[in-house]
Design a protein around this ligand. Structure first.
Ligand SMILES: [Zn+2]
Length: 300
């Protein structure tokens, strides 16, 4: 029997699976969207519930927010009811060909040459669960399922689709629900108004993060997350006649848990086998504290 199988191949495979496993669990965007990802629709289902969510807009480990228009951008039409229908974004005046950039780091979910009244369109999903939408472009400069950093060129301004002048139609959305971008972004100073977005019973409100509370995103390429869903189709690279079938990977060791809907200290304690009192001690909190969605609970 041959026993000189290159040992690193099965090991490399297990490490690969472990890495992907860790990605799948640790990203709020993956949890919020129930690991769903599509390149076809701006809106897919009604995921936003009446619960409470807290989203961090300036997480450590990620590039800071960048205003989507590089050139001056006068607000020519606000978010809200307009002509008997809802205008679900803000219109920012641009000239033909002005650069449009990604507002935050994220993964391009849609890059369309034509999408109904939006014309040429880009939609990016960000790791905190927000999505941003950029419409009426004259040119799309990114491909779907690719990672972009805040400030990366994603398209050029135009008036494709239903538009009467060159402008950027810009939307911010959470769980497919659009909200007024000016709740969190000042279009005059081109800066974020707050570091936190609170959503309570479908109402969006800017907030600030308690000084004692920090959240670090996983510094990962978010697009990797969505490749995870093909994880069970991966076959080991080692020659099957000389190697054992792949062993199920042990669960990745987690150092923190991000609070999702329905979580309680009791549930987290059971899930990770850590006592409630220890969790409280590590996280400097009380048993009676309310767990806000998106909060990072340290496990060690
Ligand atoms: Zn518009």
């Amino acid at each position: 029997m041959k026993n000189n199988i290159p040992g690193f191949l099965p090991l490399a495979f297990i490490l690969y699976v472990l890495t992907m496993f860790a990605h799948a669990q640790d990203t709020p965007a993956g949890q919020y969207y129930q690991n769903s990802w599509n390149n076809t629709n701006t809106h897919s289902g009604y995921l936003l519930t009446t619960g409470q969510y807290t989203l961090y807009l300036h997480p450590e480990g990620e590039n800071a927010f960048v205003f989507p228009c590089v050139k001056p951008a006068k607000l020519i039409s606000p978010y809200g009811p307009r002509g008997g229908r809802m205008h679900t974004g803000v219109d920012l005046k641009q000239n033909l060909g002005d650069s449009i950039v990604a507002a935050w780091d994220g993964c391009v979910r849609m890059a369309k040459e034509s999408y109904y009244g939006y014309g040429k369109l880009v939609v990016i999903r960000h790791e905190n669960g927000l999505e941003t939408l950029y419409a009426h472009l004259s040119k799309v400069c990114v491909k779907e399922n690719t990672y972009v950093k805040a400030g990366d060129l994603i398209g050029l301004a135009g008036r494709t689709g239903r538009a009467t002048t060159e402008h950027l139609h810009f939307e911010t959305r959470f769980l497919y629900e659009p909200f007024n971008p000016t709740i969190i972004i000042n279009v005059e100073t081109r800066m974020l108004i707050s570091d936190t977005l609170h959503i309570n019973n479908k109402k969006f409100k800017a907030g600030s993060m308690p000084a004692t509370d920090t959240i670090t995103m996983s510094k990962q390429n978010l697009c990797d997350l969505f490749e995870d869903f093909s994880v069970d189709t991966i076959t080991p690279t080692a020659d099957s006649s000389t190697s054992l079938p792949p062993q199920p990977a042990p669960p990745a060791k987690k150092t923190y848990h991000i609070v999702v809907k329905g979580d309680s200290l009791y549930k987290i304690s059971k899930r990770y086998g850590i006592s409630i009192s220890k969790l409280c001690k590590i996280n400097n909190m009380k048993e009676t504290d309310i767990l806000s969605l998106g909060r990072k609970i340290k496990l060690e």
